[in-house]
Design a protein around this ligand. Structure first.
Ligand code: ADP
Length: 497
């Protein structure tokens, strides 16, 4: 049965709320913003057709208030909610409450969220679908001696991980048997604090892997496709900062193999709507399932850029009960797209949040450049939420062109008033390991120190980077192959802010 959606409430804030509303509006759907007192002047709240303040700044008193949000839906005749990412997006109780209230949740079933929301139950669910798992336990630690034995059998280093984990929290690397119990206790208390659930398990710590994830989407008629992979290996504190599609190291066959594994994960929980299946891949290109995120992902734009699919519009179609508008064989990788997350953080001070006023805020423009942002000049970055200002995305017909365009956009982006991750991202994009495509999740640890943002490059490095930039001018006439010689460390051009 199909049900046309006429009015969507976006239960989120910032860039993602705005991005969702834009797609809804262009599909002729009315939009409702719910916002906290801290977001009174935020562009997303002003963009919506209707808006309701739902409480004070702390998320627990506003963006996480399920009852208040449902009340607004009833008052304003809202037929569907898009949860974005974070906040209530992976809250099975929220999806369940909407099901009961007869409001369409633009996402998967509450049952799928429940299964995949817990890393242990997710591992158990996919086990019989032939999905490769990181060697380790598929149940919570109950007996420390038994867990230590498993850790010894797997071989150190191991990772003690919170089952309810997210955002890299509740995860500890253990290097030897003596440290096991102490680290396990730390992981448990971190998990209990952050998620209200202290269950932890053990898995092999894969040294220097790549983080590769696959975008999938399914409808309620059993159609399920993948939209290829994203490489999100550049991370700080296990959180992504640079993402790209496709991965620079996979060929077509490998791409379709990991895509098929992702579809099996989705099949394991009868998944519909958009989701992301995350894997880690070792240096032999063996990949292992990490977890599934049952929502739209921060980095979804790079997939949209290379496939031409508007994932939000497709999500809405699925929620309406329509079949997917494309089949697997209709999809192909077209070009290369890279996203950087622009956080109000100080990369020179261990990426500590840098809250303040955006005194100057000038957006970059240019061919292939997409900016998903949630702020305007003169606005404060509130301390209450994730400090992401924007996602800057550049797409080109190949990886070099995408890098060149992104570097230019970074240089054109002017942000004064807060420190940002822009200089850090500029460093990454020019690093030889990044340029080679072989970088791993160790990238930041291996190459980044605050000093690299202060050291002037030597003339050879300047020349090498200029050759990347020059690529932009040549790219209309000729296709270059992806290797650009740039030497590695201590490299920085200018420091903004
Ligand atoms: P979260 O839900 O907290 O994001 P994930 O399981 O998705 O946790 O892992 C986040 C990141 O932590 C991964 O992208 C990877 O960099 C690292 N990681 C997770 N599991 C392992 C592992 N077994 N070995 C090595 N690194 C890992």
């Amino acid at each position: 049965m199909t049900q046309k959606i006429k009015k969507i409430l976006v239960a989120n804030r910032g860039e993602i709320a705005l991005r969702i509303m834009r797609s809804a509006k262009s599909a002729g759907i009315n939009t409702v913003a719910v916002y906290s007192e801290a977001d009174e002047q935020a562009p997303f709240a002003r963009f919506a057709d209707e808006r309701v303040c739902i409480g004070p700044p702390p998320s627990s008193e506003s963006y996480l208030q399920i009852d208040k949000i449902i009340e607004v839906c009833k008052d304003l005749n809202v037929d569907a909610i898009h949860p974005g990412y974070g906040f209530l997006s992976e809250n099975a109780a929220f999806a369940g409450a909407l099901e009961e209230a007869g409001i369409n949740f633009i996402g998967p079933s509450a049952a799928a969220i429940q299964t995949m929301g817990d890393k242990i139950s997710a591992k158990q669910a996919v086990g019989s679908f032939g999905v490769p798992l990181v060697p380790g336990m598929d149940k919570p630690i109950e007996d420390v001696a038994e867990a230590r034995k498993i850790a010894t059998d797997i071989g150190y280093p191991v990772l003690v991980k919170a089952s309810a984990g997210g955002g890299g929290k509740g995860m500890r690397i253990v290097h030897n048997d003596e440290d096991f119990e102490g680290e396990m206790e730390r992981a448990m208390s971190e998990a209990l604090n952050a998620f209200g659930n202290g269950a932890v398990f053990v898995e092999k710590f894969i040294s220097a892997p790549k983080h590769i994830e696959v975008q999938i989407i399914g409808d309620k008629h059993g159609n399920l496709v993948h939209l290829f992979e994203r490489d999100c290996s550049v991370q700080r504190r296990h959180q992504k900062v640079v993402e790209e599609a496709p991965s620079p190291i996979l060929n077509h066959e490998e791409r379709m193999k990991i895509g098929e594994a992702a579809l099996n994960v989705a099949r394991a929980c009868d998944y519909y709507n958009a989701g992301t299946v995350e894997f880690i891949m070792d240096s032999d290109k063996e990949f292992y399932f990490l977890e599934m995120n049952t929502r739209l992902q921060v980095e979804h734009p790079v997939t949209e850029q290379i496939t031409g699919v508007d994932l939000v519009q497709e999500q809405i179609r699925v929620a309406e009960g329509l079949p997917l508008s494309f089949k697997q064989e209709d999809l192909e990788v077209n070009g290369h797209s890279i996203e950087i997350r622009v956080y109000a953080e100080d990369p020179k001070n261990n990426f500590a949040p840098s809250i303040g006023n955006l005194e100057v805020y000038r957006r970059p423009e240019g061919e292939g450049v997409r900016l998903d942002d949630g702020y305007e000049q003169g606005q404060e970055i509130p301390i209450y939420y994730d400090p992401m200002i924007a996602k800057l995305v550049a797409t080109g017909k190949n990886r070099n062109e995408a890098i060149a365009r992104l570097l230019q956009a970074i240089r054109d982006y002017r942000i004064i008033g807060v420190k940002t991750t822009l200089p850090f991202c500029e460093f990454v994009l020019q690093h030889e390991d990044f340029l080679s495509g072989n970088f791993t999740t160790k990238f930041v640890e291996q190459y980044f120190t605050p000093e690299v943002l202060e050291t002037d490059p030597d003339p050879a490095q300047i020349e090498a980077v200029l050759s990347v930039i020059a690529f932009m001018d040549q790219s209309n006439q000729q296709k270059l192959t992806p290797t650009v010689p740039v030497s590695s460390s201590n490299w920085k051009t200018r420091l903004r802010n």
